[in-house]
Design a protein. Structure first.
Length: 306
């Protein structure tokens, strides 16, 4: 299969490219610069220069593929509405290029905000609908194309897709711990996150692309529930720092922008995903990764390095 991957040099995207190549697929990766293009080509992939604001490159990549994995997102925290508009326009462009072809299109989404008071299920529809919603409502837009000749599917990633080199939420928590001289959790630390190792997430993407039916929602979740206190305690152990409870009113000062996420329950089940794709996560747990030094060590904390 010739697969067009956006976000191909990102944290999950680069692992997905490796997974697809190792399974014998041909990969065309969207690259925003000649340097990123060279990195893709060094792996054995083909690079297509462009970005989410370049509909021509997206249209060419999708039309010339046997399937699309859309992992890119601008994540411009200074202009979230602009990021949402760009996401919807990019997804619409690629879906229109695939309409009527029965080829697969996979869109990435997050688990935050799906449901409250319980773990999210694959049967839970995203509440984000329409251009003005989070990510431009791209998950629901994608699934609409299941009735328009696209094998459309969504993959929802755990809030922590972890591993050495991660630059996601746990990295920001580790940075905050070094900066503050203490690893913190909010309140009683009872809020919980799901987690999955990066390599397990990449394998799930491949399996879904190869065989998941149209209209499928997949959950890239290896661990359904890890408490934020457990995360903070593991970071404290790894970094050689004390562990403290941070009052909600001090959260922004201690954690920075990640405070709003650290105070949320973001958990999900992946039971249906595992059964559908025969997917069994094999990578280390989040706590194992932290304790092994994936997010730094006591020496890093003392020196202020990363």
């Amino acid at each position: 299969m010739r697969v067009f991957v956006t976000g191909a040099t990102g944290w999950i995207g680069s692992a997905t490219v490796d997974e697809l190549l190792s399974a014998g697929h041909e990969v065309v990766g969207l690259a925003r610069s000649p340097e990123k293009a060279a990195a893709l080509e060094a792996k054995g992939a083909t690079a297509l220069l462009g970005d989410l604001d370049d509909p021509g490159s997206l249209r060419r990549g999708a039309a010339g593929s046997d399937g699309v994995v859309h992992l890119a997102n601008k994540h411009d925290w200074s202009d979230p509405a602009g990021s949402d508009r760009a996401e919807r326009a990019a997804v619409q462009t690629m879906l229109d290029a695939l309409a009527g072809s029965d080829r697969p299109f996979m869109v990435a989404n997050a688990l935050s905000g799906l449901v409250k008071d319980r773990a999210a299920l694959e049967t839970d529809a995203s509440p984000e609908v329409g251009p003005g919603s989070d990510r431009g409502g791209s998950e629901n837009l994608t699934l609409e194309y299941a009735d328009r000749g696209v094998r459309a599917m969504a993959v929802r990633f755990a809030p922590s897709v972890h591993g050495t080199g991660d630059w996601g939420f746990v990295t920001f928590l580790a940075d905050a711990a070094r900066r503050q001289g203490a690893s913190g959790y909010l309140g009683d630390g009872s809020t919980r996150w799901s987690a999955t190792h990066r390599t397990d997430a990449a394998r799930l993407v491949r399996l879904g692309l190869e065989s998941a039916p149209a209209g499928t929602r997949l959950h890239a979740v290896a661990e359904e529930s890890v408490s934020t206190r457990e995360i903070a305690e593991a970071l404290g152990t790894a970094l050689g720092l004390p562990v403290v409870s941070v009052p909600p009113e001090d959260a922004d000062a201690h954690f920075g922008f990640v405070a709003s996420f650290f105070g949320l329950d973001m958990t999900a089940s992946s039971a249906r995903t595992r059964e559908l794709l025969d997917w069994t996560p094999t990578g280390p747990t989040l706590i194992e990764d932290i304790l092994s030094g994936a997010y730094g060590t006591a020496r890093d904390a003392r020196s202020g390095g990363v």
